[in-house]
Design a protein around this ligand. Structure first.
Ligand SMILES: *Cc1c(COP(=O)(O)O)cnc(C)c1O
Length: 228
């Protein structure tokens, strides 16, 4: 096995173990491999290993890799980074799901970017679990308004809630708060049952707290090439 294949297999085993110890089925979980900063060739290698869900945090990189790998069947591209409003159209064209929808202005921009014949775009409402507005995510007090704006946008489909655990807090504590925020979102959109949470260092805690979509980079890809 290549080292990429063995890291992927090892992470998948750890995900399955975390699911079992939380009394959940691994089949409920979508493992997204975060490939940001890596070349498109790594995504192609992952695809050959059976990976179908990949995550990118920058629009230009997402757009370029998607175009380069157009021939690979069944790949789903997840936009997971902060989206500038002026990039909404390009993100809509390149992403199958956007995890980082965190303000009504972005909801409106994504809605305006829909073209006739577009399938509804899957989006997550991102909530900020820190007190730092720069980290991305809606302030918890703004979450209902955000969810309502998504629900009233015909070209968007609210699938769930997303967050990143703060660095300065135990992830289990932060993910408990996230579970409560996700319940608030479900009170507005009962079908929006997904929870996007968990990265290389905290996916087991995220699974224990109910995450359905794990965004895992370095534990699978190895260290990212540095970028500016
Ligand atoms: C980079 C990134 C990840 C993956 O982080 P790792 O620590 O490499 O697993 C997950 N979510 C977001 C939003 C990211 O930007």
């Amino acid at each position: 096995m290549t080292s990429l294949a063995s890291r992927l297999a090892e992470v998948d085993e750890r995900i399955a173990a975390a699911a079992r110890s939380a009394g959940r089925s691994p089949a409920e979980l979508t493992r997204i491999v975060v490939t940001k900063f890596h070349p498109a060739s790594l995504v192609a290698e992952l695809h050959a290993l059976g990976v179908r869900d990949v995550g990118e945090n920058r629009q230009q990189e997402l757009t370029a890799k998607r175009a380069e790998l157009d021939g690979l069947s069944g790949l789903r591209w997840h936009a997971i980074g902060q989206v500038q409003t002026k990039k909404a159209r390009a993100v809509r064209r390149a992403a199958d799901a956007v995890h980082s929808v965190d303000r009504v202005r972005l909801v409106d921009a994504l809605e305006r970017a829909a073209e006739s014949g577009d399938a509804p775009l899957d989006v997550f409402a991102q909530v900020n679990l820190t007190d730092d507005p720069g980290r991305g995510g809606a302030a918890p007090a703004d979450l209902e308004a955000l969810a309502e704006a998504i629900v009233s946008s015909p070209s968007l489909r609210l699938v769930g809630t997303m967050a990143v655990a703060p660095l300065e807090e135990h992830p289990a504590v932060a993910f408990e708060r996230l579970a409560a925020h996700a319940a608030r979102v479900r009170s507005i959109a009962p079908d929006a049952a997904a929870i996007s949470a968990g990265m290389s260092h905290d996916f087991a805690e995220a699974v224990a707290a109910g995450a359905t979509h794990l965004r895992i980079g370095t534990a699978i890809t190895g260290q990212r090439p540095s970028r500016d």
